[in-house]
Ligand binder design. Structure first.
Ligand SMILES: Cc1ncc(COP(=O)(O)O)c(C=O)c1O
Ligand SMILES: [Zn+2]
Length: 407
């Protein structure tokens, strides 16, 4: 890491900068690297550590973060007439979502700068993730979540011993309150997007996809999007690989949002409609929405890493796909029944998006597509239950079983 650059106005800061956002315009920061030095280091010893902005651990991290499987989803792809669909199964992280990648790096950063207390605002997953990883590292976690967060996510955070503050408000309210509390009490704020280190954790997903595809670049990666940090992280990972010459082309990064929570998609579509080619990123405005989706993890009024995501979608040539809640819920059993992977609503949205692209003939049958399955279905049983029907109830006799099977 050799510094920071503002995503909006491009102003740079040195590596010892202590703030989180651009001092000139308040924009989010992107961490920058000396790619030439990384390239030389990779020649001596190939691992991804030089791409990470934190100190190396002297012992292996106690939990297995990342290193999740890439699943060849042939049966699933067939439903949409596609031959090369893969799922990146990030439900198999320690707290069962992609957020663990970000928490690992943010907690490491907090340790590097001797911050005692780490706070986060979360729809649920970032909070349960930070609670989980902080339990493993012995750090102190404070989690702000909307009181309506799915019970499983709240329960995870409590079980892992974090201080959990259930906010009487939505995610956006929790975010603002967490910011104010960090200012007041001097806590390290891990909140998504605002903290530049979260994107750096999420980018590791791209490295793994590349390796698991036998060092090939997919045609598109489909990313469920709320704040836009996961999407901008995914893009950063591929850009890192290209910057050191490991790959020579980049995938499209497709943004999937609920049609009821689509601030980033609206902004991209507007910019594309205007047809401007030489965009001044500091002028781009992302209008707030009133989010209402069942997919709680991507229910966001004001995306906190919106500009970085808009930039990534436009630079990669990705699609913006808005899916209905009905399609999101239908995708849960469809993925589960054809792959053995159980996704929460936000994660299932990635497959709902591919279905829509296929229907609109915006995707070729041979394209290599990776859907990010970013969180486990066990995190939101209530919504999954509405999509999967009821079991067959039987009495204690074989006749009863036969009758049920006949029904
Ligand atoms: C399961 C899951 N998928 C997708 C996302 C979207 O990530 P982002 O808010 O960075 O766009 C989240 C964020 O909470 C999530 O928990
Ligand atoms: Zn700036």
């Amino acid at each position: 890491m050799n510094g920071y650059q503002c995503i909006a106005c491009a102003e740079t800061q040195a590596a010892d900068f202590a703030g989180f956002v651009c001092p000139s315009c308040g924009g989010n920061l992107d961490i920058t690297y000396d790619y030439e030095a990384i390239r030389e280091e990779l020649e001596r010893n190939f691992d991804f550590a030089p791409f990470l902005p934190v100190s190396r651990l002297s012992r292996p991290f106690p939990l297995r973060v990342g290193g999740t499987p890439l699943i060849d989803a042939q049966h699933l792809g067939k439903i949409a007439g596609l031959r090369n669909v893969y799922l990146k199964d990030d439900t198999l992280n320690p707290s069962a979502s992609t957020k663990d990648r970000a928490s690992a790096i943010a907690l490491r950063r907090a340790a590097d700068i001797n911050a005692d207390v780490v706070a986060v605002a979360s729809t649920g997953n970032a909070g349960s993730s930070m609670a989980c990883l902080a339990a493993a590292t012995g750090q102190n976690a404070i989690v702000f979540v909307p009181e309506s967060a799915p019970l499983a996510k709240l329960t995870q955070a409590l079980a892992f011993g974090a201080t959990v503050l259930a906010v009487r408000g939505n995610y956006d309210d929790a975010f603002d309150l967490c910011m104010a509390a960090c200012d007041e009490f001097g806590w390290f704020n891990r909140s998504t997007g605002y903290n530049p280190f979260t994107r750096e954790g999420k980018k590791t997903c791209a490295y793994e996809i590349w390796e698991d595809l036998g060092r090939r670049v997919p045609d598109r990666v489909v990313v469920p999007t709320g704040d836009g940090n996961l999407l901008s992280g995914m893009w950063k990972g591929w850009c890192d690989l290209k910057a050191v010459g490991l790959i020579d082309r980049l995938p499209k990064i497709d943004c999937v949002q609920s049609e009821n929570s689509a601030a980033i998609s609206h902004a991209v579509q507007q910019l594309r409609d205007e047809g401007s080619t030489n965009l001044d990123w500091s002028e781009v405005i992302i209008d707030k929405v009133r989010a209402t989706t069942v997919a709680d993890s991507i229910s966001v009024n004001r995306p906190r890493d919106g500009l970085a995501a808009v930039k990534a979608i436009i630079q990669s040539g990705g699609e913006t796909i808005m899916v209905a809640d009905k399609e999101i819920l239908a995708a849960i059993p469809e993925i589960a029944q054809h792959t053995g992977v159980f996704a929460e609503p936000a994660a299932a949205a990635s497959w709902a998006a591919v279905r829509q692209l296929a229907k609109l003939k915006k995707i070729d049958k041979d394209e290599l597509v990776v859907c990010l399955i970013s969180g486990s279905g066990l995190k939101d049983i209530a919504n999954a239950a509405t999509a999967v029907g009821q079991p067959l109830t039987v009495g204690l006799t074989i006749d009863s079983v036969s009758e049920a099977l006949a029904r």
